[in-house]
Design a protein around this ligand. Structure first.
Ligand SMILES: [Zn+2]
Length: 254
């Protein structure tokens, strides 16, 4: 299975519009971060986790040829705003499956009412096939089993996903012990780390590193990164040997 980091930035992306922060002005391609998402593909299967405002650009850059489904972590705009841009996949493939918690589906219905409209639908509007995800109930994508993992994004319970020896958790602030149990024996853990300073709904770097130590995967990749984290190259140098700062268009094999 391959995992392509489509975006590794926090909600504003890097560079931040109008920002003169040195990281926003950096010419290192690893300091340019679109909104967070990954493309997971194996054999002939192809899925993304989240579908943010940079989805179109991410599909073009990665040359993703087809989309078998979208797994949503939560309803915030940086994870959902790109849904309309599934149109080219819809035209070729028909209804696109989405996998999300019921609360997220209800939010998508409000944000994209025209996509979910059942009568008098405007021609050219995409249609999705709804798959409700319930924590504690594994589901199948292609020929693989996905285990939902509930994490807390501040006060909001949201979902991460484990697929085999790989797990993807973003926008994390706390994880209950029972959910941590589901993360044993991982080869690769992707987890969010916003910046150095604490934040009320996101791990900072210290909290993310502590969590990684507890879960003890073979390798970990940090994502959902703010410009306030600093330059990619400098931050990578202070990380433990098995922890990497992800960057856009990095592809890893699991
Ligand atoms: Zn986010």
């Amino acid at each position: 299975m391959k995992v392509w980091f489509l975006g590794t930035g926090t909600s504003q992306g890097i560079p931040v519009i109008g920002s003169t922060h040195p990281v926003s002005l950096s010419s290192d391609h690893k300091d340019k971060r679109l909104r967070v998402s990954v493309w997971i593909h194996w054999e002939n299967y192809s899925y993304v986790i989240d579908c943010g405002p940079d989805f179109r650009q991410q599909m073009l850059t990665s040359k993703c040829p087809k989309l078998d489904g979208i797994l949503y972590t939560h309803e915030h705009a940086d994870h959902t705003a790109g849904l309309d841009d599934i149109r080219p996949f819809f035209f070729k493939q028909g209804d696109i499956p989405i996998y999300a918690h019921n609360r997220v589906i209800e939010s998508l219905k409000k944000r994209f009412d025209y996509i979910f409209q059942e009568v008098d639908k405007y021609p050219g509007v995409p249609t999705v096939k709804i798959n409700k995800v319930v924590n504690g109930q594994p589901f199948t994508i292609g020929n693989k089993t996905v285990m939902p993992i509930e994490v807390m994004h501040g006060n909001l319970p949201i979902l991460g996903y484990r697929i085999g020896d790989f797990a993807y958790l973003t926008d994390v602030k706390t994880v209950e012990p029972a959910e941590q149990e589901k993360l044993k024996g991982l080869k690769v853990l992707v987890v969010s780390a916003l910046r150095h300073e604490p934040h009320n709904s996101h791990f900072n770097l210290e909290e993310a590193l502590h969590f990684i130590k507890t879960i003890n995967p073979e390798r970990a990749y940090l994502t959902h990164i703010s410009h306030m984290m600093g330059f990619h190259e400098e931050v990578q140098e202070i990380l433990p040997k098995n922890v990497f700062l992800a960057y856009d268009n990095l592809e890893i094999t699991i």
